[in-house]
Each structure stands twice: as C-alpha cells, then as structure tokens.
Design a binder for this molecule. Structure first.
Ligand SMILES: [Zn+2]
Ligand SMILES: [Zn+2]
Length: 383
C-alpha cells in the first residue's frame, strides 16, 4: 500500500510549526488510541501512521530530509539512519511519555486516569453464535443468552484475598501496578512504564487466598446476558459488547463478548443483502389470463395482481418490503420472481384441451420489444 503523505496524515500544511504539529498529533492519537478503539485494526493502523508521521515531522533534521525526498528518505539504503517505519506500540507509548511529561501515557488522554489505576490482568474475550430468523433481522431483537463464563468472585468481590488483612501493598511497585524505567530512545530520554511483574498490575500482594476462587478473583459460572441485536445484521457479521466477556484476574477488567451472527433459512424468502426474493410459481392459465395471488412477505401476506400475459421470469417489486440497512436509513425491496409451472402429468381430458390449443395462432412464441430475455432481466434485478 502506498504510504500517505505525513502532512496529510496529521492534517497540517507544509508550513506548520512544531507546536501545530504537536497539537495535530495529539488530536489524532486521542482519536485512534487503542483504549478508545478496542479490537479495531483500522484505528490501530491509523494510530501507528500518525505516530510515525509525528516522529518524522517533530524532528527538524528528519523533517528537512522528508521535505526534500519524501518517503524515500527513510527507505532501506536511503542513507539515513533512524527511519520511522516499524514503530511498535511500546515505542509509541514511550513517545507519549516523553512528549507530554508526567507518568506513562495516563495523563495524556483526558479522563484516562483509569489507565493508571493498578489493576489486574484483563479477562479474555468470549465468543458466541446467535442464530436469527429473517423476521428478527427485519425488526432487530433482544436475545437472552445463557453463556458459561468467568465471573467476578462474589466471596472476595474479585480481590482474590481471604479478607482485607491478608492483602498487602506490592513491594516492587509500591502499589502502583506499574514500574517505571528511564531509557534512551530515538526521541531522547524516555520514561517507560510497564506492568509490574511481581503483582501482575494489581499493586497488591495476597497472603491468604480467597477459598472460593483460590485467589483468582473470578469463578467459572453460567450467566444470562441480554444481547441487543440491531435490525439489518447479516450472516457472518460480528457484534461486540465491551466488558461482557470473561472477568479479569483479581479485579482486572473483563474481556469483551463477541457475537457472531448466523441466519436461519426462511421457509419462503431468500435474502440478497437488503433484498428479499420470493419465487412465485404460476400455472400457464393464470399467467395468460391474469389473476391475483397472495405472496408471503416478512411482515405477513400481501395480495398482488398478476396482469394478463405475464411472462415466465418476470420480476415484480414490492417497495420497502425488504430488510432495513444496518444502522442507516432505507429499506430494501422484495422481489417476486415469476416461474411458469408446467404440469408433469396430464389426464386424457387435459391432454385433449392442450392439443386443441397447441397450434393456435396466439400460442406461437413471438417476442415483442418489451419482452426481456434472461440477461435483460438480470440487469434489471441487479439495478
Ligand atoms: Zn474469591
Ligand atoms: Zn507490583
């Protein structure tokens, strides 16, 4: 993929001063920060892209080089060390530490105080499948689903300790849950904060474990979860509910519940995106003489008129009888696809009647201008 222009990435013009660049970066970084966009690959890429752009544009020497040569300045063999590519998330977090002072990334993100609260390991994500009828998809539905998952231990309220006297502050991190190191990086001296290895981020040491959860702060159990499914979802889509997955260890944040959508086949209707398709089988007499028939729709049966002289393959459209768009305006149509039904067995009497008609003038196929062939109809269908 072609790299985007660094100025464009940060949304500043070429003449922007250091301060402007810093502000622009701060804005992008906050928008695309992984904490605000969990499990969002695209946001993560944008976050990294912005960090990389900032890394270059905030350094006078690198910036001059970039202005002159563009991205080539940092390519392999470009003759310029300390390229910006391949920054890891840790590098980027370190960059914040140096950039905005204070401890770690915590202060940087407004209201991000929680980031610095000592806390245990995050629980894992939980995946479930939800199977829906087209009727449920049309309206949206709330499902109550039983799941087996790790829940916070009720005996110790997630702490993992037998009682308050069996908890002490971690001596390695002094209760902060993180340890700080100062080290040099390509942006100069940087303070790094990493999860305390002694207490795994909780800031506490436990002398006597809670007997119910054996010190884990969570227990395995069954839970009923209410899942709100919006109208218009489709097979293969995934919804996520933050914090409804497995409980974290020793009071750590819970993982997410990931819901995979499955569609139950409908008795009469086929789905194609927002369109619903119904195959109508008509006998020759009805098609030739015209009639009215009832067809099923997602919201009950509807009577439609079949005009005299209807050809096999004709498609009728019921506006707005399809499915709604997911989180958008507009509803699709239902298409009624006419198939002429040919009898497979005939009585003597029926055979005699058909024999009489066989050679009549109007029974010879004569294509008129308005009669569409297969390809024409396909075009119409996909329009
Ligand atoms: Zn417990
Ligand atoms: Zn610790």
């Amino acid at each position: 993929m072609a790299k985007r222009d660094y100025y464009e990435v940060l949304g500043v013009d070429k003449g922007a001063d250091e301060n402007k660049i810093k502000k622009a970066y701060r804005k992008k970084a906050m928008k695309y920060h992984p904490d605000q966009n969990p499990d969002n690959k695209e946001a993560e890429e944008k976050f990294k892209e912005a960090a990389e752009a900032y890394d270059v544009l905030s350094d006078a020497q690198k910036r001059a080089r970039y202005d002159q040569m563009g991205h080539r300045a940092f390519e392999q063999g470009g003759g310029f060390g300390g390229g910006a590519g391949g920054m890891t998330m840790e590098d980027i977090m370190n960059q914040f530490g140096g950039m905005f002072g204070g401890g770690g990334g915590g202060d940087f993100f407004g209201g991000g105080g929680a980031r610095r609260q000592p806390r245990g390991e995050r629980g894992s994500n939980l995946r479930i499948k939800v199977s829906l009828t087209l009727e449920e998809i049309a309206e949206g539905v709330t499902k109550r689903i039983k799941v087996k998952r790790q829940k916070q231990c009720g005996t110790c309220d997630g702490s993992g300790a037998k009682d308050s006297s069996s908890v002490s502050t971690c001596s390695t991190c002094g209760g902060a849950g993180v340890v700080r190191q100062v080290r040099s990086t390509f942006l100069g001296q940087m303070a790094t904060t990493t999860t305390c290895p002694n207490c795994t981020g909780t800031g506490k040491m436990i002398k006597t474990n809670c007997s119910n959860c054996k010190g884990e702060g969570r227990v395995y159990g069954e839970d009923t979860i209410e899942v709100n499914i919006p109208a218009g979802v489709e097979e293969g889509q995934q919804l996520s509910m933050r914090g409804k997955g497995n409980a974290g260890r020793r009071g750590g944040p819970a993982g997410d519940l990931l819901i995979n959508i499955e569609e139950k086949p409908h008795e009469f209707l086929q789905r194609d995106g927002q369109k619903l398709i119904f195959d109508l089988h008509l006998n020759f007499a009805d098609a030739a003489l015209g009639t009215s028939v009832e067809v099923p729709t997602i919201s009950g049966r509807v009577k439609i008129k079949i005009p005299a002289g209807t050809q096999s393959g004709k498609i009728f459209r019921l506006r707005g009888k399809g499915l709604p768009a997911l989180q958008a305006y507009g509803t699709g149509d239902q298409l009624i696809h006419v198939n002429l039904w040919t009898p497979k067995t005939l009585t003597k009497e029926e055979t005699a009647l058909l024999e009489q008609m066989r050679d009549m003038e109007n029974f010879k196929p004569k294509l008129e201008k308005g009669d569409k062939g297969f390809f024409e109809r396909m075009k119409e269908y996909f329009s």
